[in-house]
Design a protein around this ligand. Sequence first.
Ligand SMILES: NC(=O)c1ccc[n+]([C@@H]2O[C@H](COP(=O)([O-])OP(=O)(O)OC[C@H]3O[C@@H](n4cnc5c(N)ncnc54)[C@H](O)[C@@H]3O)[C@@H](O)[C@H]2O)c1
Ligand SMILES: [Zn+2]
Ligand SMILES: [Zn+2]
Length: 361
Amino acid sequence: MAQEVRGVIAPGKDEPVRIETIVVPDPGPGEAVVRVQACGVCHTDLHYKQGGINDDFPFLLGHEAAGVVESVGEGVTDVEPGDFVILNWRAVCGKCRACLRGRPWYCFDTHNAKQKMTLTDGTELSPALGIGAFAEKTLVAAGQCTKVDPAVSPAVAGLLGCGVMAGIGAAINTGNVGRGDSVAVIGCGGVGDAAVAGSRLAGAAKIIAVDIDDRKLETARSMGATHTVNSRETDPVEAIRELTGGFGADVVIDAVGRPETYQQAFYARDLAGTVVLVGVPTPEMKLELPLLDVFGRGGSLKSSWYGDCLPSRDFPMLIDLHLQGRLDLAAFVTETIQLDEVEKAFERMHRGDVLRSVVVL
Ligand SMILES: NC(=O)c1ccc[n+]([C@@H]2O[C@H](COP(=O)([O-])OP(=O)(O)OC[C@H]3O[C@@H](n4cnc5c(N)ncnc54)[C@H](O)[C@@H]3O)[C@@H](O)[C@H]2O)c1
Ligand SMILES: [Zn+2]
Ligand SMILES: [Zn+2]
């Protein structure tokens, strides 16, 4: 029997979000229905609402979530009703050329639930990143459910489902930050601060946080930044070089994703250093760099999808480190809110007032 629950939809381009009754089908083969306990508000939800991702309105928003598996469809063996899970938006297929080469974190054929959730009049919904978790329950592919220790609070756990994992992974997976490295992070929102926290976890000796907002720099310091640079007041390339003996950082992470921040990252790294692009650019953005500098500075220029994470490997490990007091994931939760406060949370995010607002259900 399909169920009716409350959920937050974006009805059309730039229209305010609203609560609607959502019809959640019973899970089919390979699917699961999850009772959502918490879901963070991510910049990508706002992009969906603004029509910046695609035009498949109406969207069922929300994708940084944790909850309890309620029911599973035929053939599902990895999770069962009652399991506490974080939802991931890259359920690996196990069969594509990346998976077959033993690099499932790059999976080129990730999947979502096949059935559609709808409004009561039958209108099909597009769940944000194949999740749609600003809702009491949601239907996902079983592979999108990653079991973790239920001792963690759902509001904290859910954040690993997107931005915080993207940031930590940009540092520890994509950037391969290691003991003694110098790291600079440009843009210290939820993703950038997670890159700072990930760099600290990996043993970086120097972590330079760059932002245009002093409030963000203060938070970055509490997450592990050893130095801060306000790039509205100071040239960040000069500042990062000065702080690293005149050379530049081993790894520079661009958590903004604009041509100017990428250029700063490119020139603020040491010879043979690594640039990691984790911020998401928009279609009209272009980059121009002297090809000789690309060659002459050596090293690597990388992009980081979802922190190059493998949910089954990284989620339980990071939750364990959090429960042991070695990674303060709770620091990312600025406030907890109700389902009907998502629109207000978007405004606060836009003003830079929060790292994460988390809807708790
Ligand atoms: N690669 C992925 O898989 C992935 C996953 C989630 C989010 N993201 C992307 O990461 C980016 C950051 O997300 P967020 O949730 O942290 O956003 P956010 O809005 O919370 O943070 C952005 C930060 O960048 C700062 N900033 C803006 N312009 C700047 C500039 N020119 N120089 C320095 N700092 C600047 C802001 O002050 C803010 O602190 C977004 O583009 C988001 O879409 C990527
Ligand atoms: Zn695959
Ligand atoms: Zn997100």
